[in-house]
Design a protein around this ligand. Structure first.
Ligand code: UDP
Ligand code: MG
Length: 193
């Protein structure tokens, strides 16, 4: 019983995707280096061109998650004193439709070039990876994190350019998300034991 629990904690797994901007900028080695150096083990690795369907399955479709993307859009405009009309300026009727629009930008971005998929294993892998990559918005991410060291992208610029935020990396947000996402990107044979 104790032994089983020990293995569960030591072998926690998470998914990382190096997004098309990270691959295009030649940051794959640097990014993998940071995960390896802290002690996480690579148990799956590959470079792929994702299909729209695969990205659509990867990102949540719940009302809550989609409205959250819409609310992020509105918040970044408010923070920058930018006034806009949902219907006239963006052609959407409500926050959910706004979130759907951002989600489509995100799918287009994730399919715009190759991505590197990495399965990582180790103590608290999910939390450790999120710590190493830093928070979502690169211009706010602290130095020492991947997003903070290699990007200054901002949501207001991305929104005005009608594109997703280029923040180099996707990483699972919790263990449940990690288990779900690992299955999208790796078959069980592709993951080492
Ligand atoms: N995103 C965006 N605009 C925003 C907020 C997020 O394009 O205003 C994109 C960004 O690429 C982000 C992804 O949507 O990584 C998923 O958002 P989430 O809140 O899950 O951030 P993450 O878990 O990637 O930090
Ligand atoms: Mg997330």
């Amino acid at each position: 019983m104790i032994r089983n629990n020990l293995q569960k904690f030591k072998k926690e797994r998470t998914l990382v995707l190096i997004k098309p901007d990270g691959v295009e900028r030649g940051l794959v080695g640097e990014i993998i280096n940071r995960f390896e150096k802290c002690g996480l083990k690579i148990v799956g690795l590959g470079i792929v061109r994702a299909s729209k369907n695969q990205i659509d399955r990867h990102y949540p479709k719940t009302k809550n998650w989609i409205e959250n993307l819409g609310n992020n859009f509105i918040r970044s405009c408010e923070e920058n004193n930018l006034k806009f009309d949902l219907k006239k300026d963006l052609g959407v009727n409500n926050i959910f439709e706004l979130g759907l629009m951002v989600r489509r930008w995100l799918i287009d971005f994730m399919c715009s070039g190759p991505i590197v998929k990495i399965a990582l294993e180790g103590n608290h892998a999910v939390e450790v990876v999120r710590k190493i990559i830093g928070p979502t918005l690169p211009y706010k991410a602290p130095p020492g994190t991947i997003r903070g060291d290699f990007s200054i992208d901002s949501p207001i610029v991305a929104n005005l350019e009608k594109r997703a935020l280029k923040n180099l990396i996707h990483a699972s947000g919790n263990i449940q998300e990690a288990n779900f996402e690992l299955k999208i990107w790796f078959t069980s044979k592709e993951l080492l034991n």
